[in-house]
Design a protein around this ligand. Structure first.
Ligand code: HEC
Length: 188
């Protein structure tokens, strides 16, 4: 079919689609060029770590036992699964151990993958000392305070947030709930 045989509407449609594709390809190339010239990672790290020898062993096991098929931690693993970055700031070592061994007894809701008949059921059957090393590794993944992985907000007090809380938070909240930022300022 020759270009002249196309109807006006078709020309516009194909033209716009073509432009979008060209734009997407160009943006991708520009982004990659920009990224390759950066001297720092494009996405800042949100987790800091200081591994003990057992934690280091756990980090290796985390990769060799296929946890990275579903999880992300530091720069390993998939992006679509559950990210475990910063988990050491949310969960205790005891919790992590218990979750790895008997997920159903401690997880708040029903598990999708760690249950006895599911994709990650094998995890609970790994040798106890290996699970211990993995739990130590996970407990040492500490979120940088204020990052998206962290439970506590950033240490600096923000006047904007103060103002928003004053205006929007119902009085009952202020009476019944603790302000996490106070806890962040003087940890228990
Ligand atoms: C088949 C995919 C899959 C594999 C493999 C897998 N996990 Fe998970 N994991 C999940 C999902 C999904 C969740 C969320 C809980 C659930 O629904 O089971 C989760 C949750 C977790 C949690 C969070 C618990 C919490 O309360 O926040 C930890 C810790 C964890 N997994 C550790 C591991 C470790 C260690 C391995 C490897 C030994 C592993 N997982 C392998 C899918 C997987």
């Amino acid at each position: 079919m020759k270009l002249s045989q196309l109807k006006l509407g078709e020309k516009i449609l194909f033209g716009v689609t073509g432009l979008i594709i060209v734009f997407a390809v160009l943006s991708f190339i520009m982004l990659e060029v920009y990224r390759s010239h950066l001297d720092r990672p494009m996405y800042p790290a949100t987790t800091q770590f200081d591994f003990s020898p057992e934690g280091q062993k756990g980090s290796r096991l985390f990769r060799t036992h296929g946890c990275t098929d579903c999880h992300r931690a530091l720069r390993n693993g998939t992006n679509q699964g559950v990210s475990l970055d910063g988990i050491g700031s949310k969960r205790s070592l005891d919790y992590l151990l218990q979750f790895l061994k008997k997920p159903e007894t401690i997880y708040e809701t029903k598990t999708m993958d760690h249950g006895p008949t599911k994709g990650a059921a094998y995890v609970a059957k790994l040798p106890g000392e290996e699970l211990h090393a993995i739990a130590v590794f996970l407990s040492e993944l500490k979120a940088i305070q204020g990052s998206a992985d962290a439970r506590l907000p950033m240490p600096e007090r923000s006047g904007f947030v103060d103002e928003m809380v004053k205006i929007w938070a119902p009085d009952t909240w202020k009476k019944e709930r603790r302000d996490l930022r106070e806890e962040a300022a003087s940890p228990k």
